[in-house]
Design a protein around this ligand. Sequence first.
Ligand code: GLY
Length: 286
Amino acid sequence: MTRITVDLGPRSYGIEIGPNLLESLGEKVSEVAPATRCALITDESVGAIYGTSAQESLERAGYRVERIAVGAGETSKRLSVVGAVYDQMAAARLERKSPVIALGGGVVGDLAGFVAATYLRGTPFIQVPTTLLAQVDSSVGGKVGVNLPAGKNLVGAFYQPKLVLCDLDTLQSLPEREYRAGLAEVIKYGIIEDVALFESLEAQTRRLNERSMDYLAPVIRRCCEIKASVAQRDEREGGLRQILNFGHTIGHAIEAVAGYGGVFARRGDLDRHGQSGGPIRKTHGV
Ligand code: GLY
């Protein structure tokens, strides 16, 4: 296991990267957010694979776990889903000290983070990203939020997690298309900040495509270091942090034109991510 610190004064936190970290999730959460109850927010796809082991780990650490599963896919990133999650949390009598744990990809992390930022005016938030994209980008840096019919990520907050736990084993179950989406973010870091990383990615495509953990682990670490370094210097995107949006702006435009998962996605991907299209017409922000 390797650990990076995101240095933001009182909002500092660690990113832990390694295999088999879900096993010790409860122990790690109790170090940063001791409480009697917690919310474990996931989606139906990720929950079916990792939900039980995450829940059992939290229970071993003494938490009473309220497990909340949203539908898989971008359509869950909306205010009506946020409202339903608040209702379930209130019914379970979750308190201000109760941590909210996001187990999943970017949609779950953004949604759960927004819930954590706003439920009872803020509860401790833990990111457990299970996609490559979420491990190298969306789980780090504190951007949380949901979409509006008028556009993507139009409502949100900068709300830093207390801990990011990247269990590398979860990458083995990622559909190929989602893995490649994460690789695009990895390549981004090479382009915006690290020529040696970019050249290494070019030279090691076979190991990348094989998801060789020996190769991926230091690559993920390097991406998180770059992200942490930018977020530390410009937490609220006054200027520098915009560099992290490199490729996102065009990507969001393509997403909008394609109806959020319609034109370019294959059937199997839609089964995992859910069909969007819906009312979201325009992209804006990242
Ligand atoms: N995903 C871009 C950022 O966190 O700033």
